[in-house]
Ligand binder design. Structure first.
Ligand SMILES: Cc1cc2nc3c(=O)[nH]c(=O)nc-3n(C[C@H](O)[C@H](O)[C@H](O)COP(=O)(O)OP(=O)(O)OC[C@H]3O[C@@H](n4cnc5c(N)ncnc54)[C@H](O)[C@@H]3O)c2cc1C
Length: 423
């Protein structure tokens, strides 16, 4: 028996980028054949390639994906995404913009690539046997019960989620994770009647609203440098605007808006969009446009034009949230549950690395299981290395921010991030 034999039947809970990449890695690298995925969202939503906005893949994420899916997967990503050549910082309409060339390719041999989020998900999903993915299920799992050396996910203590039990459950259930709560509290069930709150109990809000979309039109090459992302940070730090190519024939935009103080005395905060229904995308679009136009900044015009040409249902909203802490362990004491992706490390200051780190998790977990003499030690090795990487990322980000505040020269943390390789 080795770790792969002990993880023979594996259930991945969550069919986001982390869950799909992990299922693929466990099949391709660790040689597990019985890996099943359950995804809470509907079939229609899961198969919608327009869902989400876009993700920026760095050399570390691409290296992990190549390891998981081979050159064939990497080629598909390159075909469907766009290589980034640099960033243009729009400072003011009276000053020339600052052009920062992207050195990822020169430094690592792999460039940074932007790809629509739904396309990335579909590229991963199509590598997996379609009957291994079940949609519209799993959202009601609140715990598990041990069955000899396996575990059975449960809806309630009396109602199993599925009739069978599993050697390993991979919690890829995103930031508001059931399985992170169970591991951190050494519990087998979420507290009754408080499941929703418990999943979020260790998340803190970063005080920003992020709004994004991909628009099906090519970036205008007369106004924008091909292959470049554009950014403008409006004075005061309240609003940041980004846009760039998302694929050969589409463009993304993203806006990050800080909450405002509603009342100086009580320090009540006003969340942007707090007074409108977050599912009412038309209202979101109108409110966003009036906020940006209200700034009366010519420098924001490049995103205003894009937002105006966006179908409101394509807009994706995200609060900036992060877990209070990462670890200490990503594995349950009984070695039957392991966390990946945002469930494992929902971080701020992550340089937009959530998806890249999820792909690193997937490749690392599969290697640890492939090479482990038993499942317990394989999962421990995985957990230690991933927690250490995330903590180092947080430390380097904090040091960078502190130096920047003092006007000192700062380290380019991306270089360290991009160096990651399969151990
Ligand atoms: C629909 C969608 C669109 C996104 N678009 C973008 C984007 O455009 N840009 C960007 O930077 N990031 C986006 N993200 C977030 C980004 O993908 C993640 O931050 C990162 O890739 C880590 O992924 P993850 O799989 O760990 O978490 P997530 O992407 O949050 O995926 C978790 C998945 O698990 C499912 N799930 C949760 N609980 C259960 C359960 N109990 N049973 C079954 N399934 C469950 C969720 O439905 C979700 O599909 C998006 C996420 C989602 C879900």
């Amino acid at each position: 028996m080795n770790a792969s034999d002990e993880a023979n039947t594996t259930l991945v809970v969550g069919g986001g980028l982390a869950g799909l990449a992990t299922a693929l890695a466990l099949r391709n690298i660790a040689g597990l054949s019985e890996v099943r995925i359950v995804e809470a969202s509907t079939d229609e939503s899961f198969n919608n390639i327009q869902e989400g906005a876009g993700v920026q893949l760095g050399p570390n994420g691409l290296r992990a994906l190549r390891f998981i899916g081979g050159e064939a997967l990497l080629s598909k990503i390159m075909e469907n995404g766009v290589e980034l050549k640099g960033t243009v910082i729009v400072i003011s309409s009276k000053m020339d913009p600052m052009v920062i060339p992207d050195t990822a390719e020169a430094d690592t041999g792999l460039s940074q690539v932007f790809i629509p989020w739904g396309v990335m998900r579909s590229l991963l999903a199509e590598q997996l046997p379609s009957d291994s993915i079940s949609t519209g299920v799993g959202g009601d799992i609140t715990g598990y019960q041990p069955v000899e050396s396996t575990i059975q996910p449960m809806i309630t203590p009396d109602e199993p989620f599925l009739p069978q039990s599993f050697d390993l459950v991979v919690g890829a259930d995103g930031a508001a994770s059931t399985f992170r709560h169970l591991i951190q509290n050494d519990a087998t069930f979420l507290p009754p009647n408080e499941a929703q709150a418990a999943r979020r109990s260790d998340l803190k809000d970063g005080g920003r609203m992020n709004i994004k979309a991909v628009v099906p039109k090519k970036m205008d090459e007369a106004s924008f440098k091909p292959g470049h992302s554009y950014a403008h940070f409006a004075a005061g730090g309240g609003v940041a605007c980004f846009a760039g190519p998302a694929s050969a024939d589409s463009t993304y935009w993203a806006i990050s808006i800080a909450d405002e103080k509603k009342d100086e005395e009580t320090e009540d905060v006003f969340e942007f969009l707090s007074d409108i229904d977050m599912n009412d995308n038309k209202a979101v679009k109108q409110t966003l446009l009036s906020k940006l136009k209200g700034l009366e900044l010519e420098e924001c015009q490049f995103v205003i034009d894009l937002i105006e040409s966006t179908e409101s249902e394509c807009i994706y909203l995200q609060r900036s949230i992060e877990a209070e802490s990462i670890g200490p362990s990503l594995v349950s004491k009984d070695n039957n549950i392991v966390l990946v992706g945002d469930a494992a490390h929902c971080m701020s200051n992550s340089y937009g690395q959530s998806s890249n780190f999820a792909f690193e998790d997937a490749a690392s977990l599969a290697v640890c299981i492939r090479d482990g003499k038993d499942l317990g030690s394989a999962l421990e090795t995985f957990s230690e290395s991933r927690v250490a990487r995330c903590i180092e990322m947080q430390t380097r980000s904090a040091e960078r921010a502190a130096k920047a505040m003092k006007g000192e020269q700062v380290e380019d943390v991306s270089k360290w991030i991009f160096e990651w390789d399969i151990q």
